[in-house]
Design a protein around this ligand. Structure first.
Ligand SMILES: Cc1cc2nc3c(=O)[nH]c(=O)nc-3n(C[C@H](O)[C@H](O)[C@H](O)COP(=O)(O)OP(=O)(O)OC[C@H]3O[C@@H](n4cnc5c(N)ncnc54)[C@H](O)[C@@H]3O)c2cc1C
Ligand SMILES: NC(=O)c1ccc[n+]([C@@H]2O[C@H](COP(=O)([O-])OP(=O)(O)OC[C@H]3O[C@@H](n4cnc5c(N)ncnc54)[C@H](O)[C@@H]3O)[C@@H](O)[C@H]2O)c1
Length: 470
């Protein structure tokens, strides 16, 4: 006997939970199928544990930057307490509270691994190996997340290495760590482990944090180097071999060798779409694309949200996509939405194109939203970049040696901001103002009236408007 629901969501990570929630809030029934922990990567293996590993070091460093506090803080990070704090952040990998939330929200939670067997039809295999069928009246939503990309480095397969979930759930701090990949995860985890006592080397294929402007990258790189992290840019190992003591030896292109107790592979992630039966519907996992509502292009009932949809792999973006897609499915089921929605309407994921906020939670932080200068020109926008140091009274009050940098990108024709980037201690909290300015298409003339309180780091907004010429 098939169980029937209006909508079936596969994957109960942040994106899947939000999609199912919006569907139920819209008056339809939803089943949420999860093969592992309800809450997904962010709650147990990614954002939450990595930020819990980073925050104690950032707090300690912040106190050391303020005379008076500096003298009071003379000890080192308490490693065991940091790891215990991380365990609290992930609720000791117990998902019962998230499962209770789903049930309380009116969502039917089904434990097991789902695969598509026909149009709007699925089979779920539970832990005992039983298979049972499900059918969706309106839509199926893929919210299956992503899996680590393992680079083809000779020998890597013979070396016991970490991927990011191993690092974020580590019970011990390795004496030395080589991080393969200089992206966001690599930078954050390199600093976390360096501050916990590892001797860390980052091997970045290109630049560290290559998606960020040079000034932002270099502030973060300086912060990591001050923590003892060695950063080798433009370097991919030629060979990795196991050592007798269970570690690894890496041979670099210049012949130099590096030894480490552990290798962490953080070389990007790819959508987790294998094993779902997609090819039977003419969809090759690597080429799955969605439209602005989240509908898989070429299909009329299959949607994708979060990491698996191949857009920005970020929790907040996946949740945004899920809210829009969930509401769209409800609107279409009710006959309230025909065809394609207008940009910035309730049913279009317009911010996916124009306003994705990204934060690197290193110390100092790097934060970016909107278009880069190159992307703006590609969109046909006549853009002017205004770069300035974050050198305001609020910054000095925050830390006497505060060093920060900001870039604002102005659409010269519309006199609105289309992109912004900040680097420096605690700049993540500056980002939402920039996001609002971009999404709200607020003109510079109106921003002139948005007065930053004195003395705050936000005064950089005023300095920017002055530098622009207002
Ligand atoms: C180290 C690290 C740190 C990060 N830090 C941040 C951060 O600070 N901020 C941020 O915004 N983003 C961060 N991210 C990215 C963020 O973790 C992801 O974007 C987010 O978790 C994706 O959510 P999701 O719901 O799309 O996927 P997931 O959370 O991965 O959920 C997918 C779920 O689907 C389940 N599933 C898969 N296939 C099936 C199937 N066939 N049947 C049933 N269930 C299935 C999986 O078990 C999983 O629970 C980080 C990533 C990493 C690696
Ligand atoms: N603070 C946050 O929001 C946060 C933190 C961590 C991760 N994430 C997200 O999780 C996802 C995964 O993070 P990530 O850092 O692994 O991905 P990433 O794409 O940010 O970085 C991957 C890095 O690996 C390098 N790389 C790729 N292939 C390689 C190869 N063959 N050899 C050597 N280097 C190689 C790339 O050049 C890049 O620098 C990203 O989408 C990221 O946005 C977000």
């Amino acid at each position: 006997m098939e169980s029937e629901y209006d909508v079936i969501v596969i994957g109960a990570g942040a994106a899947g939970e939000n999609a199912a929630d919006r569907v139920v809030k819209g008056g339809l029934t939803a089943a949420l199928v999860e093969s592992d922990l309800v809450g997904g990567a962010c709650s147990y293996w990614a954002c939450e544990p990595s930020k819990a590993l980073l925050r104690p070091g950032t707090a300690l460093h912040a106190a050391r930057r303020v005379p008076g506090a500096r003298e009071a803080v003379t000890g080192q990070l308490a490693v065991e307490a940091v790891l215990a704090h991380r365990n609290d952040a992930v609720n000791s990998w117990d998902d019962s509270s998230q499962a209770d939330w789903a049930t309380g929200a009116g969502i039917t939670l089904i434990r097991g691994r789902a695969r598509l067997t026909g149009a709007k039809r699925l089979s779920v295999a539970d832990a005992a190996g039983n298979h049972f069928p499900l059918v969706a009246r309106h839509a199926v939503v893929l919210a299956t997340g992503s899996t680590p990309s393992i680079p083809k480095v000779p020998g890597l397969q013979h070396v016991s290495h970490w991927t990011t979930p191993d690092a974020t759930s580590a019970r011990e701090v390795p004496e030395s760590l080589v991080v393969l990949g200089g992206g966001v995860a690599g930078s954050e985890l390199a600093q976390a482990f360096a501050r916990l006592g590892s001797r860390v080397t980052v091997l970045a294929r290109g630049h560290l944090l290559s998606g960020f402007p040079e000034d932002a990258r270099s502030l973060v790189a300086t912060g990591l180097r001050e923590d003892g992290v060695e950063i080798l840019e433009g370097v991919t190992p030629e060979l990795i071999e196991p050592t007798d003591d269970g570690g690894a030896r890496l041979t670099l292109p210049d012949g130099r060798t590096l030894e480490a107790a552990k290798v962490l592979v953080s070389a990007g992630r790819r959508p987790a779409l294998d094993g779902l039966g997609l090819p039977a519907f003419g969809i090759e996992p690597a080429s799955l694309r969605v439209d602005e509502t989240g509908l898989v292009i070429g299909n009329s009932w299959l949607y994708a949200v979060g990491d698996c949809s191949g857009r920005a792999m970020l929790t907040h973006q996946g949740k945004y996509q899920a809210r829009i897609t969930g509401d769209t499915i409800v609107a279409r089921a009710r006959g309230d939405l025909d065809g394609r929605p207008a940009a910035w309407s309730r049913h279009a994921r317009t911010a996916d194109e124009l306003a994705v906020p990204r934060v690197v939670f290193t110390d100092p932080e790097a934060a970016m939203v909107g278009l880069s200068e190159e992307e703006a020109w590609e969109h046909g926008i006549r853009v002017r970049a205004v770069d300035l140091p974050i050198s305001v009274a609020g910054a000095w009050q925050h830390a006497v040696d505060y060093e920060g940098w900001a870039r604002f990108l102005v659409d010269e024709d519309r006199r609105t901001i289309v992109g912004a980037c900040f680097a420096g201690p605690d700049v993540a909290e500056l980002l939402q103002a920039a996001t609002i300015a971009i999404v709200g298409e607020i003109t510079l003339e109106r921003l002139w009236h948005a007065i930053p309180a004195f003395p705050t780091v936000s005064e950089v907004w005023l300095r920017f408007l002055e530098a622009y010429g207002l």
